[in-house]
Every structure is written in C-alpha cells, then in structure tokens.
Write a protein that binds this ligand. Structure first.
Ligand SMILES: Cc1cc2nc3c(=O)[nH]c(=O)nc-3n(C[C@H](O)[C@H](O)[C@H](O)COP(=O)(O)OP(=O)(O)OC[C@H]3O[C@@H](n4cnc5c(N)ncnc54)[C@H](O)[C@@H]3O)c2cc1C
Length: 207
C-alpha cells in the first residue's frame, strides 16, 4: 500500500478509484492484486469504516470490550495495507462524474477529492462508491439533554478513544442493542448503566 499524503502524489488516472475504506471499500481494493492501478480514498483517519472503525489504532486493549467480530477487521485492514494500491486517508470525495471535455471523458470518470487542504481532480476508468450508511437520529423527548447520545456516537467514542460513555444511549437498530450489551460488559471500565428514555412506538430508548 502506498500512502498518499498530498494531492501532488496522486497519479493522473487510475484503473479503479474506491471511495470509502470500510469493509466494502477494502475488499474492492483487492483489485490491486489483479494488476489494476487502484486508489482508495477515505475521509476517516484510518481504514475500517463504521464496523471496524479505528481497528488499526484503537486504544481499547481488552478484546471482549469490542468483541471478536470487531477484531476480524484487523485481518482485513492488514491485507488492505499489504495491497499494491494507493490509499489516501483524511481524503473527502465530493464529486464523481464524467470529465469536463471530450478527451477527459474518454479516460473515464473524474473524481474530485479534498486532501491536505487542496482540491484535486483524478481520472478513473471505474469508480466504486463504498461510502456506507449514516446513523439517522430521530427526535424523542430528552434527546438533547446533556449526556444523551445515539448508539453510533457512543460506539465511535469507544472505538476511537476508548471512552466508555457514562450516558444514556438510544438507538434505532440492532447496533444499539449490541452496543448496550458491550458497554454493560465493558471490562475496561464497566460504567455503563441501564436507563430508558421515553420514545414513540418503535422508538425505544435504551442504555
Ligand atoms: C455509527 C455506526 C456504527 C455501526 N456499527 C456497526 C457495528 O458495530 N457492527 C455492525 O455489524 N454494523 C455496524 N454498523 C453498520 C455498518 O454500516 C456496516 O456493518 C458496515 O460498516 C458497512 O460497511 P461499508 O464498507 O459498506 O461502509 P462503512 O463501514 O460505513 O464505510 C464507509 C466509509 O466511507 C467513508 N466515506 C463516506 N463518505 C465519504 C466521502 N464522501 N469521501 C471519502 N470517504 C467517505 C467513511 O469515512 C467510511 O470509512 C454501523 C453503522 C453506523 C452508522
């Protein structure tokens, strides 16, 4: 893997540009092993996406805190790191489309990326969008109170900084349920405690 830290180190064109270095983007980058020139771009500080967020840098040492599923991401990140492709972290893709003129359009698509404070155009014959999904918070009574956060936010604090939020979390998906269990079981601090916010039907708050 060749790490790209500024736009000057980018090639003019690639066979394949991959936007996102979560599990889907890291898998797509395996195309580098087929002899294609590849570029992975991700706005995060490291590969892993949501599920394997910060898997190469998390300060959490007790494996049970994040669960064995999480640590499987370390193998995926290791093979991603060993690939022959280019990778730019902290790189935001903000446009993908046909080239501006006929010559550029012949070369494929044009990917516009912000990296290191500069915006830059990169050509790509093919583009894989592997940008995942976002957590969508919904308003319920009490959701703006201090210390109330979504399950996703609590998970990000745990994975990236080893913080065990001493707070109520609420959720809309299975992630919240599994996180609640993890926080409850956390051997690193064990400070999560049960709680409940009042929500509408199907909008159950949980900690
Ligand atoms: C907060 C949150 C926590 C989750 N936790 C879990 C979990 O613990 N277990 C589980 O099974 N599932 C979890 N999920 C569901 C999760 O989305 C999938 O399991 C899995 O991470 C999807 O993989 P992916 O590669 O498709 O996308 P993601 O893992 O979401 O990766 C997408 C990547 O694209 C990057 N990206 C997005 N937009 C741009 C852009 N414009 N430019 C550059 N890069 C960009 C992001 O930085 C990210 O690294 C979670 C989802 C959310 C929102």
């Amino acid at each position: 893997m060749r790490e790209i830290e500024d736009v000057g180190a980018l090639a003019k064109t690639y066979d394949l540009a991959v936007s996102g270095a979560g599990p889907a983007g890291m898998a797509a980058e395996a195309a580098a092993g087929l002899g294609l020139s590849t570029l992975a771009l991700d706005e995060n500080a490291g590969p892993g996406g949501q599920i394997y967020r910060a898997v190469t840098s998390t300060p959490v040492r007790t494996r049970a805190t994040l669960g064995e599923d999480y640590w499987r991401g370390a193998e995926l990140a290791a093979s991603f790191g060993a690939s022959n492709g280019d990778y730019a972290r902290a790189a935001t893709v903000w446009s993908v489309g046909p080239g501006f003129d006929a010559e550029e359009r012949e070369n494929g698509l044009e990917v516009v990326v912000s990296l290191g404070g500069s915006a830059h155009l990169v050509g790509a014959k093919e583009v894989v969008l592997a940008m995942g999904a976002l957590e969508r918070p919904f308003p319920i009574p009490g959701w703006t109170l201090p210390g109330v956060m979504t399950a996703g936010a609590a998970q990000i604090a745990l994975k990236t900084s080893g913080l065990d939020p001493y707070a109520l979390t609420y959720h809309t998906m299975s992630t919240g349920l599994s996180l609640s269990r993890r926080l409850g079981q956390s051997a690193d601090s064990g400070r999560a405690r049960p709680g409940r916010l009042q929500g509408g039907e199907g909008h159950q708050g949980q900690a």
